[in-house]
Design a protein around this ligand. Structure first.
Ligand SMILES: Cc1cc2nc3c(=O)[nH]c(=O)nc-3n(C[C@H](O)[C@H](O)[C@H](O)COP(=O)(O)OP(=O)(O)OC[C@H]3O[C@@H](n4cnc5c(N)ncnc54)[C@H](O)[C@@H]3O)c2cc1C
Length: 245
């Protein structure tokens, strides 16, 4: 056999999602006493699907590395940048760094977007069920729908612990049903306690897809409620933020 011909394809620089890139934090918003949102400008930005996440990597001067995943909160219509919303865990490694150290203008190492399963591709109707910071990828879905298909039926059911724990509070309207599990705001007349069958029924969406996101326990309970309400397993997509061990 003769020699293989040289490839006629010109090599190109590998682009995202596989490659790490250095983003710049352009603005930081305090969402709640424990949660901040970070807009990050990316030199190799790539359009994402609502629901996807990025990996973030920190490296200390000795070369020790810590890597975590964070969902994209923003719509892909916000080109060239992504918003990550991070809950500060008291004994954590990466989330306290973002809260206590990162300031506007800082650079951070990220790669993405990832996941092909927990994504919204325009299906309808949609029920979103989130607990705590699990609302982040659901907000990307909600924001994108508001900007592209505002008439598409979509309802968020959102569980938070305390009155001041509501992330994106200024953006939640009639398409969001809240419940407070510990203490509610003064004068609150809505739901209290954990998400239950009555709250799922009140959302009024029993066809189409459901997206459930939060801690392991929240996702277990939330998806069981949906199954009990008649959702078949293939109509329920889940994302777990909690510790794996
Ligand atoms: C696909 C995906 C998307 C995610 N998106 C987001 C997001 O948008 N916003 C966000 O704030 N987090 C998100 N997370 C969680 C995030 O990746 C980290 O696990 C979290 O920030 C904790 O990291 P840490 O380094 O601060 O704490 P670690 O040092 O990892 O952990 C500190 C302690 O907290 C426990 N722990 C770890 N993670 C959690 C958790 N989520 N809840 C409660 N206890 C925990 C650990 O067991 C340990 O005891 C996502 C996770 C996944 C897998």
């Amino acid at each position: 056999m003769g020699r293989l011909m040289e490839s006629p394809v010109t090599p190109v620089e590998q682009r995202v999602p596989g490659r790490w890139q250095i983003g710049t934090v352009t603005s930081i918003k305090v969402e709640t006493p424990r949660v901040k949102s970070f807009w990050i400008e990316l030199p190799m930005w790539m359009e994402h699907l609502p629901g996807q996440h990025y990996d973030v990597r920190l490296t200390d001067p000795k070369g020790y590395r810590a890597q975590r995943s964070y969902s994209i909160a923003s719509s892909p219509l916000d080109r060239g940048k992504i918003e990550l919303t991070i809950d500060r865990l008291e004994d954590g490694e990466v989330s306290p760094y973002f809260h206590d150290v990162v300031v506007e203008g800082d650079q951070v190492e990220v790669r993405g977007p990832f996941t092909s399963y927990f994504v919204w591709r325009g299906e309808m109707p949609i029920l979103l069920v989130g607990g705590g910071s699990g609302v982040v990828p659901l907000m990307a879905i909600l924001r994108h729908r508001r900007r592209t298909m505002p008439d598409l039926p979509m309802q968020l059911v959102y569980s938070v612990r305390h009155a001041d724990d509501v992330i994106y509070a200024d953006e939640l309207g009639e398409d969001a049903l809240l419940t407070f599990t510990r203490d509610a705001p003064d004068g609150w007349e809505g739901h209290r306690g954990h998400i239950d069958a009555a709250l799922i029924a009140e959302a009024g969406i029993d066809e189409g897809l459901a997206f459930v996101c939060g801690s392991n326990g929240f996702v277990e309970t939330g998806s069981q409620l949906l199954l009990d309400a008649g959702y078949e397993p293939h109509r329920v997509r889940t994302e777990r933020f909690g510790p794996t061990s």
